[in-house]
Design a protein around this ligand. Structure first.
Ligand code: IMP
Ligand code: MG
Length: 179
């Protein structure tokens, strides 16, 4: 375990097994269709890379960079598009791949925006879900794991842009925040 972690919440084996399951579910649900998988940079990159290998469909990739106003650990309710999807999505099955649903603001605003472009379908796939923190109604369609109200890092998730490369999902030691 990394020295800055207080504990591991989800092991790499658990993640691998669950990502396989979600890939199989998506494959079943979209049988005979093509899908556009849109990864939200940078947090979803690790999950995205593992998930796409488990989806046996006609898949295209795209990416978005979005940012909530305010500090990195507190969402303020508005989302800013820094990099948009690079193609029209009208008539396409779009899967948004995100790292975590926390307050719900980011995905709620993003979903609203993308629906105005008339995709055939729009689904939210999130590795993690922290339902206790929700400020707006927002439910993912495919969720890896529910996590308690703790700040988590690893497998793409960061604290101050660090720890994204950890293979598991863990909780940081308190001294890391207060230092
Ligand atoms: P929301 O708009 O509050 O749902 O926030 C979503 C974004 O906040 C995620 O995409 C993450 O980048 C970040 N975030 C929320 N909770 C955590 C956490 O526990 N660890 C790391 N990043 C988090
Ligand atoms: Mg982040």
């Amino acid at each position: 375990m990394h020295k800055d972690l207080a504990k591991i919440l989800v092991t790499k084996e658990e993640i691998a097994a669950r990502v396989k399951e979600i890939g199989a579910e998506i494959t079943r649900d979209f049988q005979g269709e093509s899908v556009l998988m849109v990864g939200i940079l940078r947090g979803a990159v690790v999950f995205f890379s593992e998930l796409v290998k488990n989806v046996d469909l006609d898949v295209r990739f795209d990416f978005m960079v979005v940012s909530s106003y305010g500090s990195s650990s507190v969402s303020s309710g508005e989302v800013r598009i820094i990099k948009d999807i690079s193609q029209p999505i009208e008539g396409m099955n779009v899967l948004i791949i995100e790292d975590i649903i926390d307050t719900g603001h980011t995905l709620k605003n993003l979903k609203k925006l993308l629906l105005t472009r008339n995709p055939k379908s729009l689904k939210i796939v999130s590795l993690l879900d922290k339902p206790s923190r929700r400020q707006v109604e927002m439910e993912g369609d495919y969720i890896g794991f529910k996590v308690p109200n703790e700040f988590v890092v690893g497998y793409g998730l960061d604290y101050d842009e660090k720890y994204r490369n950890l293979p598991e999902i863990g909780v940081l030691k308190e001294e890391i925040y207060t230092k």
